[in-house]
Design a protein around this ligand. Sequence first.
Ligand SMILES: NC(=O)c1ccc[n+]([C@@H]2O[C@H](COP(=O)([O-])OP(=O)(O)OC[C@H]3O[C@@H](n4cnc5c(N)ncnc54)[C@H](O)[C@@H]3O)[C@@H](O)[C@H]2O)c1
Length: 437
Amino acid sequence: MSPSKDIESPDGRLGVLVVGLGAVATTFIAGVASIRRGLSKPIGSVSQMQTIRLGKRTEAREPKIRNFVPLADLDQLVFGAWDPIPDDAYESASKATVLAPADLEPVADFLKAVRPMPAVFDQRYVHRLNGENVKQGANKRELAEQLRADIRRFKADNDCARLVMVWCASTEVYLKPGPAHESLDAFEKAMESNDDAIAPSMLYAYAALMEDVPFANGAPNLTVDIPALQDLARERGVPIAGKDFKTGQTLMKTIIAPGLKARMLGLRGWFSTNILGNRDGEVLDDPESFKTKEESKLSVLEHILQPDNYPELYADMYHKVRINYYPPRGDNKEGWDNLDIFGWMGYPMQIKIDFLCRDSILAAPIVLDLTLFLDLAARAGMSGIQEWLSFYFKSPMTAPDLYPEHDLFIQHMKLKNTLRHLMGEPEITHLGLDYYE
Ligand SMILES: NC(=O)c1ccc[n+]([C@@H]2O[C@H](COP(=O)([O-])OP(=O)(O)OC[C@H]3O[C@@H](n4cnc5c(N)ncnc54)[C@H](O)[C@@H]3O)[C@@H](O)[C@H]2O)c1
């Protein structure tokens, strides 16, 4: 039987629960509303715009992905959120200033209706934020139960057939995996004893999984990247994905580094610096939140360039990443990269990149694709870590003992081959010798 027959239909409303109603989340929601009303195009969204080749090049079968796999339609999406800051999506988007008033006004009614539920928030995990829209509870387990009740209420009130949750909230301070994260039993006990090892993001992820809601982690926090919650996801048959949306400078890194390696060009150093002035930049100005981000950004080159396999080219590479909070730029980040590379006979060369990017504009289509693909995965009976969604993340989660695949082009092929596999189409290897027989 073809695997496609096993995918449940995407009928009914799909609730999208975003944790954090800041720049990324409001740009995503406003964009979906604008596209639905025919005012914008879903640029940057693979699920909406990209085609997929099926069969041989001579067959001329290249449907759009959204016409090939059974995805929920944008008209079926309904939005909910939590945030310690009580602003509705319109106020929050206005303050974020990612989108111009000319783009916000036509969808203002839609955005005003998205009001954040009280958050599970603790300033010890995000130092530079303060908010009064916060839940109170005797311990962390009770807070998680309150989140579960929110999820059930949202689903019933909005008549949703299914839900997906995406962490679009601030980056939490750096946490190391420890004994409290090893098993579900230890995790639940740690919630009850208010153990510091349990961050708010983990309570959202726990609540989602207990309610059978797929969960994606858009920030570099540990969150769902721990055995306790990964086991829970597998046991309950719920897909998860993470972590840290791949946008801006890291996106560029994972485009350029595989090219240098493919041509066996050496790299002596890669220095990356950024200025950004949004709330995310302010939070990342705190050294403890920056450490979480830094870990996520640094590992990318090591994995792509494989210095152990190519010591003459990459063993001595120096890699540095800096983020500086600079309010005048708002969400419009500027990232500079200097690459010291070398070629034939060791002759040095340099590459300079000056990327004037818009973080939330790059992140919003990722939130959309993850929502739709995680919902597809759930309906196809896939559970646990969805490595085929690595394409969207700076620090892709993998099975234990597997190194993450960071090369954007391998990730892209994996994503498309997974879709072909789900639909019972042969995977494409690009061998193509038979064209010449
Ligand atoms: N924009 C990008 O390109 C990009 C790329 C990768 C990762 N990210 C990550 O995505 C996240 C969102 O980025 P942003 O620019 O929208 O930031 P933002 O500061 O505009 O929004 C984050 C929101 O999360 C809220 N929040 C904080 N803790 C919360 C909690 N415990 N529960 C609920 N809400 C909480 C904050 O009040 C804020 O409104 C950040 O962690 C960022 O590092 C963004």
